[in-house]
Design a protein around this ligand. Structure first.
Ligand code: WT7
Length: 693
């Protein structure tokens, strides 16, 4: 293992490619579509592994012990470059200095589209699974290439330049994918905003990114319902002085009002050539930014760069899902989330895959939709969310078993922990007991999957509901939240950190680098802090215990219903805002609790002032409505327990660990409570546990 401050210049000059060689290579690769080695620096072992030969542990160890060789070799064999990189890694996590593939030049859209277009122009790149079942449309690599280039030329001819931010607020259509790739082609930075966000949310994201261009559509179709997008954009841009143009695509053909800034996208594209010279980008230039909510509520524009992100996306897509040439791969996430970026678009397209673009919802027209699609399209890998699985299992097995799912090999989930019941159902009913179930842990910030049961070709048992094994290059650390020291042994609980840099990690919060450093690199010196808690079990496998699982930490709750990440502090604050003279309570703390549908719900403990006369039910209703008003109804606590006392240490700190156990109705697992100032509050709290609504 090497130190945390890295500066590796592994490749000796003799193994480096000359630029003409690379250009020739690139031309040859493009022409022949061949994925050939560029240099002798490539380690044969790695390619052997990918052809099944080497045990996973050996390759994993290599990825940690010699990351320069590992990633350098993969970058050269898996990506096409205009110019080879000089060094592989130049990182110092203590300063959030994160650079990979130094001075390399490439274009992401060329890697995702041109290479495959040259080799197999008619291969299907995207199966557009439209909202209405049975209406799917295939988009070949050639069609995608042309669409992307026309869109890139449209943007260029309207003054969009390298480094400019383009906001994409679109339905799940091939045009949306083409828009993202068109940005990559010309070096613009895309910022996709989920087409379900409100005008206000859109305004703040456009302004934070200072985007001058917005790409949208007339409407979005979801579950048979058409929802206006253009009118939302109209309202949003009223407060966005930076915006100078809005391109409007047609999804439903509904009439929209076109103002001075607005341009019809398709007719602008029709004027353009289907060839667009790709911009030569540096490895560390920004590819995109994507907003995620933080514990303070101010959304963060997480920024990813070109080479490292793309390579990490491609390698994890291949290995976690056992992707093989010819497979039909379906990740049903929306492109408005990182899952859509990495595992609908960049990873699969970089690998030349056929990727499904799912426009609908799991219950339209009925709860058999996913599995009917699996049968119709002969899907080999299916990647979804635990929430959807939990929802569908309630409708019963027959919605699944009536369809032929024999094509399926790997079933994945992401976003939150998957409970045993849902895991078993996914495994036994959906997968017929024959598929690998991969519970994948990662974050917007990590760029790609970091912990997953195994690379699919490794024969090793999978524990239900555990993310288990770190991916290549990922060195997880379980850190004591109090001392900041890493726990070295097994069977330990703590803050989940990552102690070595990896190529897919975010580089900054766009425009707020200090906030990036403070949030992820300051809490535990020298580590990337994920904000999650984890348990490393006695066998060394990692279980994500959720965002709020360790003591005394400002936590982040993940609410899957609206996919909001919320800080418990944010909810506590909103209940504290009561102010004025009639303050009746002191919010003690919130804890995440397992919730049957939402995944994680909120349980709040509140103490009343001594002389409060109000009725408890009234207070509870009032508290809930305060949270609804200030944050949104999705954040309202499921349960509020009014309590006369709280578990405090002698120094006056609330022991959140105890609140969490009590909230989860696991009062029998409290462990040592002897450090409490007054342990007698514990039985009182247990006895008054509030039922979950
Ligand atoms: C947070 C990241 C990565 C795409 C979807 C969400 C939670 C994610 C798991 C999992 C338990 C998980 C974590 C993480 N999370 N995957 N397999 N098991 N928790 O992206 O919005 O950036 O949220 O989702 O709390 O930090 P995101």
């Amino acid at each position: 293992m090497y130190g945390r401050a890295l500066s590796c210049a592994l490749l000796s000059p003799t193994t480096r490619c000359t630029i003409p060689q690379l250009i020739r290579y690139f031309a040859r690769t493009a022409a022949a579509g061949a994925q050939q080695d560029v240099t002798t620096a490539q380690l044969p072992e790695i390619s052997q592994y990918f052809q099944k030969a080497l045990p996973h542990q050996e390759v994993y160890d290599l990825s940690l012990n010699n990351p320069s060789a590992f990633w350098g070799s993969l970058a050269r064999t898996r990506l096409s470059w205009y110019r080879d990189f000089d060094d592989v890694i130049d990182c110092d996590m203590t300063k959030a200095k994160l650079k990979w593939f130094i001075n390399g030049k490439l274009n992401v859209s060329v890697n995702c589209v041109d290479r495959h277009y040259m080799k197999t122009p008619d291969k299907v790149a995207i199966i557009w699974e439209k909202d209405e079942p049975g209406q799917q449309e295939n988009v070949s690599y050639k069609q995608l290439y042309e669409m992307m280039n026309q869109l890139a030329n449209t943007l260029k001819s309207h003054g969009v330049r390298r480094g400019d931010r383009v906001c994409i607020y679109m339905p799940m259509t091939p045009l949306a994918v083409a828009a993202m790739l068109a940005c990559a082609r010309i070096g613009a930075i895309h910022s996709v905003v989920f087409a379900g966000f409100s005008a206000d949310a859109l305004t703040s994201r456009i302004n934070d990114a200072k985007a001058e261009t917005v790409i949208t559509a007339d409407q979005v179709l979801r579950g048979g319902k058409a929802i206006d997008l253009k009118s939302t954009v109209d309202r949003a841009v009223l407060d966005c002085p930076c915006v100078r143009q809005v391109f409007v695509a047609q999804r439903t053909g509904a009439p929209v009002s076109m103002g001075q800034m607005d341009m019809p996208l398709e007719s602008e594209m029709a004027k353009q050539s289907t060839e667009c010279e790709p911009e030569v980008m540096g490895s560390e230039d920004y590819l995109f930014m994507l907003y995620t909510s933080g514990s303070t509520g101010q959304p963060k524009g997480i920024a990813h760069t070109q080479a490292g992100y793309l390579l990490y996306a491609a390698i994890t897509h291949q290995t976690v899902f056992d992707y093989r040439e010819g497979d039909i791969y379906a990740c049903v996430a929306d492109i408005g989330w990182i899952t859509g970026h990495t595992y609908v678009l960049y990873g699969p397209l970089c690998n030349g895959a056929t990727t499904v673009l799912f426009e609908s919802i799991p219950t339209y027209p009925d709860p058999g939709r996913y599995w009917e699609m699996v049968e119709r399209l002969r899907v080999n890998q299916f990647y979804g969310s635990p929430t959807a699985i939990r929802l569908l299992l309630k409708y019963g097995d027959s919605w699944v078993t009536r369809y032929d799912r024999s094509s399926l090999r790997v079933l994945g989930t992401v976003g939150e922990p998957i409970n045993t019941e849902a895991w078993e159902w996914y495994h036994n009913v959906v997968g017929n007991g024959k598929c690998d179930i991969v519970d994948t842990w990662w974050q917007t910030e990590t760029g790609g999957i970091c912990i997953a049961p195994r690379p699919s070709r490794v024969a090793a048992p999978i524990i239900p509901g555990a993310a288990m094994r770190p991916m290549f290059g990922i060195a997880p650390a379980i850190v004591c939240p109090d001392s900041g020291k890493e726990f070295t042994g097994n069977d330990v609980y703590g803050a989940l950190c990552i102690k070595l840099p990896w190529p897919g990690m975010a580089r900054t919060i766009y425009g707020h680098h200090n906030r990036y450093v403070d949030t992820y690199f300051k809490p535990f010196q020298g580590y990337y802090f994920t904000g999650d808690g984890a348990h490393r079990d006695k066998d060394g496998y990692i279980h994500i215990t959720g965002a709020s699982a360790f003591d005394e930490w400002t936590t982040v709750l993940f609410n899957s219903r609206r996919r909001h990440r919320l800080g418990t502090a944010e909810i506590e604050d909103s209940m504290d805002e009561h102010g004025g003279s009639d303050v009746a309570w002191a919010p003690a703390g919130c804890a995440g609790i397992p919730h049957p549908v939402k995944g994680e719900g909120v349980y709040a403990f509140v103490t009343l002032m001594e002389d409060v006369q109000k009725d408890t039910d009234e207070i509870i209703t009032e508290l809930k409505s305060m949270v609804k008003k200030q944050i949104g109804s999705f954040a309202a606590p499921e349960c509020i327990q009014i309590t006369p006392g709280l578990p405090k240490t002698r120094s006056g700190k609330i022991m959140r660990r105890i609140l969490r156990k009590i909230a989860a109705n696991r009062g029998d697992e409290l462990g040592d409570v002897s450090t409490l100032a007054d342990p007698s509050v514990v039985p009182m709290l247990i006895a008054n546990h509030a039922p979950i609504e």
